[in-house]
Design a protein around this ligand. Structure first.
Ligand code: ZN
Length: 478
């Protein structure tokens, strides 16, 4: 098994930045030995604490063979000339970072933003849930094209409610895959495993050029499935609980190790919103999380990547003044209006981890079993207190760029402080140990985009969170 220095293609400034004196001696010797190979670069990874199989041998390559750009899903992306790190902070309503800065919990962020960094407001895709937004960021296109319109959908053909975690539901290749195919090194770390297979879809793991794993299943990684075989050894932490801030901390720590010792060209880190579901902006629980994040962002920044942060969606309080959740139980309501077995309500927020939000969000879709008086039903549901919007499939898909076959006959969106449930007896709210905070609606669409550098040439654009790789690769001034 090879345990010497890592050999990989790179660029001149990367060598100057990353290589120590030993590596520079190595470069000189190799250049003398192999003058005909042109631009040959060595980075010595003094990575003795990394699992040996993570240390990849890349044979000398001519940098001229690296493409200047690639085009994928209708967008062109320039080849990065230094590492690009994108962090998707799950459920990060812009107020979280603003309040944390005010409380002096994010000193690096504060310094960086007043010292060459950039901050924008952007919109996330609807529904404002995790999977649709992460997959939009990964593909650079909205759900109408990549097909992931929720965490969950109802398949009429098989009469099954299906988790949208299966990669074969994804209709577009990811930008990560396209870059790996063209020779880039890709690292993806997620908090929950539900996203890992979607984000890593199409990557060739055993090549040594891709690493993709979750904090949640960090103890179960294999070279074949994840491109790495000892994440716990690399990170130096035990696997945290799926309901914890540490699940996100684990991935930041892993990201810092990978950037330092594995040198990805593009790295994507996607956290979990456990904290944001529990703690409002400015609270001590939230500020502690953002302080942790700030210290890892500072560590990542030290290695001089293009570092971009965004969120998959925002988060709002969904309870009354007494702390009780404001819920519209839609299945009960439709059963009363139309009779039972006439319609099936699907809540696309549902996934295997619902204790912290009781599967309650601000977006629902309804599949009608029989033809009914649609305009009358839309009118009745629009009149429900707390309901913001009731749309037909066609209206919703056009307005929000959704895939018609992954959405029911009706789409319902509740207001800023209201959530939609199915039937009261189908929601277990016993796991809610704090007043309900959730997302899914239009009111959670505004998210931050933050870079540690200037972003140029986007003055007149209305930005989406899924523009972040475009901004990082095509508009960042390094
Ligand atoms: Zn999320």
């Amino acid at each position: 098994m090879y345990s010497g220095p890592v050999v990989r293609k790179s660029h001149d400034h990367e060598i100057r930045r990353n290589a120590g004196p030993e590596a520079n001696r190595g470069i000189t010797i190799l250049r003398q030995l192999l003058p005909r190979l042109g631009r040959l670069y060595i980075i010595a990874a003094q990575a003795s604490h990394l699992p040996t199989r993570l240390q990849t041998v890349r044979y000398p390559m001519n940098a001229a063979s690296t493409p200047r750009s690639i085009t994928i899903n209708g967008r062109r992306y320039k080849w990065p000339d230094k590492p690009v790190v994108i962090v998707c902070v799950d459920g990060s309503e812009p107020d979280y970072i603003e309040q944390a800065i005010k409380a002096v919990a994010m000193p690096w962020m504060q310094r960086m933003l007043s010292n060459g960094g950039t901050e924008f407001r952007a919109e996330c895709v609807m529904p404002s849930f995790t999977n649709p937004n992460n997959m939009s960021i990964a593909t650079g296109v909205p759900p109408s094209e990549h097909g992931i319109c929720g965490n969950f959908y109802y398949d009429r053909e098989t009469d099954r409610e299906v988790m949208m975690n299966e990669p074969d539901l994804l209709r577009k290749p990811t930008i990560f895959k396209a870059f790996q195919d063209a020779g880039a090194r890709i690292a993806i770390v997620t908090a929950k495993d539900k996203l890992r297979r979607l984000l890593g879809h199409g990557l060739t793991m055993h090549s040594g050029d891709a690493v993709c794993f979750s904090s949640e299943k960090a103890d179960k990684v294999t070279m074949a499935e994840n491109g790495v075989d000892d994440v716990l050894g690399m990170v130096g932490m035990e696997v945290p609980s799926v309901y914890s801030a540490e699940l996100s901390e684990f991935l930041f720590k892993a990201g810092a190790e990978l950037l330092k010792n594995w040198q990805p060209d593009i790295m994507y880190l996607s956290t979990t919103d456990y904290i944001q579901h529990k703690f409002p902006p400015g609270s001590s629980g939230a500020n502690a999380f953002y302080a942790m994040m700030d210290s890892y962002c500072s560590e990542l920044h030290e290695r001089d990547p293009i570092l971009g942060l965004t969120a998959d969606h925002g988060m709002n309080a969904k309870h009354d003044e007494a702390g009780n959740p404001n819920v519209v139980y839609l299945q009960d309501m439709i059963d009363t209006l139309l009779g039972t077995d006439m319609a099936r309500v699907i809540l696309p927020i549902t996934d295997p981890y619902v204790a912290h939000h009781g599967a309650l969000g601000s977006f629902a879709t309804v599949y009608l079993n029989r033809i009914t008086d649609m305009p009358g039903l839309v009118r009745s549901l629009s009149d429900v207190s707390g309901m913001e919007m009731v749309l037909t499939n066609d209206e919703a898909c056009r307005r929000f760029s959704l895939a018609p076959d992954r959405v029911g006959d009706l789409v319902l969106i509740s207001g800023k402080h209201t959530v939609i449930g199915t039937s009261a007896d189908r929601h277990d709210l016993s796991g809610l140990d704090a007043p309900l905070r959730s997302h899914g609606g239009i009111s959670e669409q505004i998210v931050p985009i933050i870079f540690n550098c200037r972003i140029e040439g986007v003055e007149n654009r209305i930005l989406k969170n899924f523009d972040i790789l475009d901004l990082a690769l095509n508009h960042a001034s390094s």
